[in-house]
Design a protein around this ligand. Structure first.
Ligand code: AP5
Ligand code: MG
Length: 215
């Protein structure tokens, strides 16, 4: 099973991908996470990506497609892939076709998380993650059970993303509208797009996604 989670910043791609990983042993391939790891490690890719990401613009198609190919090669061919934040442009959509084809994989579903843009700034500016295991939280919508302690690993260290401020979020949304939303028709023409209400509560969104992948 290979699926794309498509939606604007804050739509819930990462949240839902983490749940699919836990339930189905699939692998989350988040180009955002890969790029953040590269920035942290100050690799050549990271050095190139840092300022672009801080502005909320898109990193080059070549860089992200290479990262996706490497990640797929590093995982077992039987493991399902959840593409989170990739593809984001028409060129990336075509690259993904080639990348999957070369590895004998097919794309089963493109799940569009439909959200109301007004809610996204609040979702993103309230987001934080465990610095140790990466579990995602939100100041208002998903607090740890014990304040200051990660539910999953017990760590007491959390972090926030440098691009999670209102100004950058607005640029990220504009990039989504201009470059990413236009790739949907490519997949609609193949009849593999399912639209899920991303404004519902997290468990309902998960249930709707489960229905799609069981179909
Ligand atoms: P990336 O890391 O992909 O960020 P993004 O697309 O902006 O998406 P987010 O991670 O912000 O949102 P999400 O949908 O994962 O939401 P989440 O589940 O966390 O990309 C970052 C940057 O990297 C880009 O700007 C670009 O520079 C670069 N980049 C990455 N990929 C690239 C590519 N392919 N090409 C070029 N450049 C690339 O949810 C958000 C919050 O809301 C959480 O706190 C969560 O708890 C809460 N929440 C989630 N669901 C719900 C719900 N149903 N109800 C209430 N709250 C909810
Ligand atoms: Mg994310």
């Amino acid at each position: 099973m290979n699926i794309i989670l498509l939606g604007p910043p804050g739509a819930g791609k990462g949240t839902q991908a983490q749940r699919l990983v836990e339930r189905h042993g699939m692998r989350q391939l988040s180009t955002g996470d890969m790029l953040r790891a590269a920035v942290k490690a100050a690799t050549p890719v990271g050095l190139q990506a840092k300022a672009v990401m801080e502005r909320g613009e898109l990193v080059s198609d070549e860089i992200v497609s290479a990262l996706i190919g490497e990640e797929l090669d590093a995982m077992g061919s039987e493991t399902g892939a959840i593409f989170d934040g990739y593809p984001r442009t028409e060129a990336q959509a075509h690259s993904l076709d080639a990348i999957l084809g070369q590895r004998g994989r097919t794309l089963n579903h493109v799940i569009e998380l439909a959200v109301d843009e007004d809610a996204l700034v609040e979702r993103i500016t309230g987001r934080f993650t465990c610095a140790n295991c990466g579990k995602g939280y939100h100041d208002k919508f998903e607090r740890p059970q014990v304040d200051g302690t990660c539910d999953k690993c017990g760590s007491t260290e959390f972090k926030r993303r440098p691009d999670d401020n209102e100004e950058t979020v607005r640029t990220r949304m504009a990039e989504y509208r201009a470059k990413t939303a236009p790739i949907l028709p490519i997949y609609e023409a193949r009849g593999i797009v399912a639209r899920v209400d991303g404004m519902a509560d997290m468990d309902q969104v998960t249930a709707a996604i489960e229905q799609v992948i069981a179909s």
